[in-house]
Design a binder for this molecule. Structure first.
Ligand code: ADP
Ligand code: MG
Length: 293
């Protein structure tokens, strides 16, 4: 969820509440209609979920990204590691439309040029992003947070004016189970632990059924047990979603890669190494710039 999406959701909720007051009988009129906005559909037939080519981003002449190229397959879970300042967050900013690169290509599926879309449009076509700090509505219950996320989905137009359908209730139940918060559904989000808030935010992203999930240091500040559960959650999402996970916690990365998945090491804005975790951990260049310190 971006802060913008949350704000938009809150605005729509407020508008809905005002309407309820103005029309206490409710109405089955236009507000009750349920329609999907027609947007560009990503083409995943070639197996590529995300493709970056020669991305360069300069801040006052300093290259935060320097000809960065990267491809993520459909359903893949890819961990990205690298020292502070390597450009990991800037890379996510380029994918989500927060930053426009000076040069290069960013494609979602084989057909959608993300550099031509705005930040909300990119979220709408199925790219979800989890920022480092949890952003949930502290005063609302866990359930209400998920409900709001569902209704903030711009593809589900005007659904704020209608009650939850059976399918939507089922989906909230599924996500509650996935994020281990079934027993906390009626709890006010402000009372959750830091780790639980992080899961709730991931749950809010999942309500919008993103094809690609970008997770920036998702286990920072979590306990060991919460970290392990988060890895289990991500592993259960693999396949149905493509995931890009930026993380420093090597134990967590080890659990996610299961000894067989590729890891990408970023350094000074480009790919320094790619391979199994054991391979990159043994790579002298990687040890020198990152692991050895
Ligand atoms: P990482 O997430 O890998 O730690 P970042 O992508 O946040 O790295 O930053 C990469 C580099 O770009 C850093 O040197 C950072 O200081 C610089 N940088 C990031 N955003 C900006 C910005 N908006 N203005 C100037 N420099 C920036
Ligand atoms: Mg960062």
């Amino acid at each position: 969820m971006t802060p913008d999406q949350l704000e938009e959701g809150a605005r729509r909720l407020q508008a809905w509440r005002e309407k309820q007051v103005a029309q206490p009988q409710g109405s089955g009129g236009r507000g009750a209609s349920y329609g999907r906005l027609v947007g560009p559909e990503p083409d995943f037939a070639h197996g590529v979920a995300l493709y970056l080519e020669d991305i360069t981003v300069s801040f006052d002449g300093f290259k935060a990204l320097n000809a960065l190229s990267l491809a993520i397959n459909v359903g893949e879970l890819r961990c990205i590691i690298g020292p502070n300042g390597a450009g990991k967050t800037t890379m996510m900013d380029c994918i989500t439309g927060k930053t426009t690169p000076d040069a290069g290509k960013v494609f979602f599926g084989s057909n959608i040029d993300l550099l031509r879309l705005s930040e909300p449009e990119i979220a709408q076509i199925g790219v979800g992003r989890k920022f480092q700090k949890p952003t949930v509505y502290e005063q609302l219950s866990v359930f209400e947070n998920l409900e709001l996320a569902l209704k903030a989905d711009r593809r589900v137009r005007a659904s704020l004016f209608s009650r939850l359908s059976g399918a939507q209730l089922d989906r909230i139940g599924e996500v509650l189970a996935l994020i281990h918060l079934k027993d906390e559904a009626q709890r006010v989000a402000g009372l959750l632990s830091h780790g639980q808030k992080q899961w709730l935010e991931i749950g809010m992203l999942l309500m919008q059924d993103p094809k690609l999930l970008l997770l920036d240091e998702p286990v920072a500040g979590m306990t060991d047990e919460e970290t392990e559960r988060t890895a289990e959650l991500f592993l259960s999402l693999e396949g149905q979603h493509s995931l890009v996970v930026v993380e420093h916690d090597m134990k967590f990365v080890d659990q996610l890669t299961e000894g067989r998945k590729k890891v990408t090491v970023l350094h000074e804005g480009s790919v320094l190494a790619e391979g199994l975790l054991s391979e990159v951990q043994a790579n002298e260049k990687v040890v020198e710039v990152y692991l050895g310190r």
